[in-house]
Design a protein around this ligand. Sequence first.
Ligand SMILES: NC(=O)c1ccc[n+]([C@@H]2O[C@H](COP(=O)([O-])OP(=O)(O)OC[C@H]3O[C@@H](n4cnc5c(N)ncnc54)[C@H](OP(=O)(O)O)[C@@H]3O)[C@@H](O)[C@H]2O)c1
Length: 291
Amino acid sequence: MILVTGATGKVGGQVAAQLVAAGAAVRALVRDPATAVLPDAVEAARGDQVDVVRGDLADPASLTAALTGEVEAVFLVWPLGGPTGAAEVVTTLAAHTSRIVYLSTRGVPEDDEAELAEDILGTHAALERLVRGSGAEWTLLRPGGFAGNTLLWAPQVRAGGPVRTAHPQAARPVVHEADIATVAVRALLTDDLLGEAPELTGPELLTQAEQIAIVSEVLGRPLAVEKLSRSEARADLLAGGVPPAYADGILDAHAAMETDPETVVPGGAELLGRPPLTYRQWVTDHVADFR
Ligand SMILES: NC(=O)c1ccc[n+]([C@@H]2O[C@H](COP(=O)([O-])OP(=O)(O)OC[C@H]3O[C@@H](n4cnc5c(N)ncnc54)[C@H](OP(=O)(O)O)[C@@H]3O)[C@@H](O)[C@H]2O)c1
């Protein structure tokens, strides 16, 4: 039995779906089982191979029901800008299961003595320290920017454009969430990645303008790009659900990527056992969101 947190989200949903495909028993922790929207393959296995239980990472006591029985490993997604009691959550998980696979991020400070900022990297570094110190077996996944971030453009694309961004020339090798999930499943079901912190990106460096051009090509219709001011872009991020404390960090990172692009991490094919998926593939997989 594998406990999957964030199973209604971009990565956790893929992890649950790939675990189901691999024949594993899955327990999906969701805040509201009645309204939780899970991937079709996970929903189809509900009540059989998939058990859906209520639990909230903001309330460690609520995790007990999810951890009863033989939970061998946990896939942990930490929702940014949400819960504060990470130490108690990790302690609770480690008391009931022998392995934690944590969804961290590329770029976390490696220095264990470093003082941590209250930003995205600082939050993940703090969680990494807790997971490594928990006594459980661990793997830390350190993906770069998700292709799914570009869903922020979906309402604009559905409306016919233009697509609004402050940094059309910001370049990064966005990663398909299915690839992150494939590495997560390997870390959950095999011992291959124990005690490791693999980085993962997509296979090609693309500017945001190039990503929008790919969306346009896959949809078969033109899409204009409108350059935004920073304050306009910040307002768009907040409207898209990004916590205010993180919006500035994201925009700073995008500004930096105009002159100093994120690099492609080599070795993706070895990690995945197949080539990493392209952004074009991701758009094809999500075309319904843009139509
Ligand atoms: N976006 C990127 O480019 C990027 C890159 C590297 C790392 N990351 C990291 O990836 C993580 C986000 O992963 P994601 O994109 O899969 O997330 P996501 O799609 O935003 O989904 C977040 C998940 O967390 C759940 N959740 C929210 N608050 C919760 C709570 N209090 N208790 C239990 N579950 C809760 C949500 O469930 P509900 O259905 O209940 O809301 C949802 O399933 C973050 O830690 C982020 O820093 C992101």
